[in-house]
Write a protein that binds this ligand. Structure first.
Ligand SMILES: [Zn+2]
Length: 349
């Protein structure tokens, strides 16, 4: 069984400070990235506010750690505390029994393999099963790549004329320097229609993949892990439940639209949400992709099912998209995720 979930979304975000890049004196700057855009017939570079993929990835793993433990699934203590040093070196191991035993086995060298190391960590920590880790000490390196991929939140191309980054004036009392009274500081806030993307390889949850491909956890546990992985994604996007400074700069966050795809055996990635045509673009690409993959003499049975929430007048495809499947639009992001999770957990068995 193979199954990938990919998702693109457009979110109207006002007054956010989700990813601050540096402070210069009392001025805290928002992260900015260069984007290339077409303007009046030529390409120009614009610097726009953004939130890094590292920030999104951190937020996702933080939610996953909490949700997995609440669901009765194993998470190591460091990941549960949102310290994602993972099992990178023996000093970073926690004090659980399985971690102590793993240290002893590493010391024995002979008869102990990288696959056994990978399997032990997968078995005992859902966050590292999903988010990967790198052990980089003697006697061998053990690398597990992340099963999910994500990237920067950047302003949507069709909304680049309506993007703002602006410093906000604040004061705070500084007890360490009472003679100075109130201290002035500035925080840059960003406002834009952002687009974000996320892809997850749900079928490989619970399987080693470094040296040997072995099922470590079995189907029943895998279903639970897949469910928690997708619920974490839903919580993060409907939230927002990631990024910095949310205690006093909780953004005004409104999910305008979502396009998701369930695909296999090859991954199919949804088009980024740069314009309101990304639903029709994704569906028409899916149609051609399935036709191309299933064409010829091989037994490949490529499938792509598209799910969408349209809260902003997205263009819908003007033609039949079979052999891909386009589900009817959902009334809310939450309904979309509920159906998607049911469908994925159904096919992951
Ligand atoms: Zn962990």
């Amino acid at each position: 069984m193979t199954a990938y979930v990919s998702l693109s979304a457009r979110v109207l975000v006002n007054v956010e400070a989700l990813n601050m890049a540096e402070s210069v004196g009392n001025y805290i700057k928002h992260r900015r990235v260069p984007v290339v855009v077409e303007e009046d017939g030529s390409t120009v570079v614009k610097y726009v506010p953004a939130v890094s993929g590292e920030s999104v990835g951190h937020g996702y793993q933080a939610i996953l750690g909490q949700l997995a433990r609440q669901a009765g699934l194993p998470v190591c203590d460091n990941c549960y505390k949102e310290v994602f040093t993972k099992h990178a070196s023996k000093e970073m191991f926690g004090t659980s029994d399985w971690e102590r035993k793993l240290k002893e086995l590493i010391g024995k060298k002979d008869g102990f393999s990288p696959t056994q190391f990978e399997a032990e960590v997968i078995r005992n920590c859902v966050v590292e099963d999903l988010g990967g880790f790198l052990y980089a000490e003697e006697p061998f390196q053990v690398k597990r790549s992340s099963l999910f991929s994500t990237g920067y939140l950047i302003p949507a191309a069709d909304a680049l004329r309506s993007v703002a980054v602006e410093p906000q004036f604040h004061v705070r009392y500084s007890p360490a320097r009472p003679e100075e009274g109130q201290a002035i500081y500035y925080v840059e806030i960003g406002s834009a229609v952002y687009t974000l993307s996320f892809v997850i390889d749900v079928a490989r949850i619970g399987w080693t993949k470094l040296a040997e491909v072995k099922d470590v956890i079995g189907e029943a546990e895998r279903k639970k892990r897949v469910e928690v992985a997708l619920k974490s994604l839903a919580a993060m996007i409907v939230g927002p439940l990631f990024g910095a400074k949310r205690t006093r700069f909780l953004p005004s966050w409104e999910v305008r639209s979502i396009v998701a795809a369930l695909s296999g055996p090859m991954p199919f990635i949804t088009s980024p949400g740069h314009t309101k045509a990304y639903l029709s673009s994704t569906a028409l690409r899916a149609k051609e992709f399935v036709k191309a993959m299933n064409h010829g003499n091989t037994d490949l049975k490529q499938q792509v099912t598209i799910y969408y929430y349209n809260g902003e007048g997205l263009t819908t495809p003007s033609e039949d998209v079979s052999p891909a499947v386009l589900k009817p639009g959902f009334a809310s992001p939450e309904e979309l995720f509920a159906t998607l999770i049911t469908d994925v957990v159904g096919v992951s068995g």
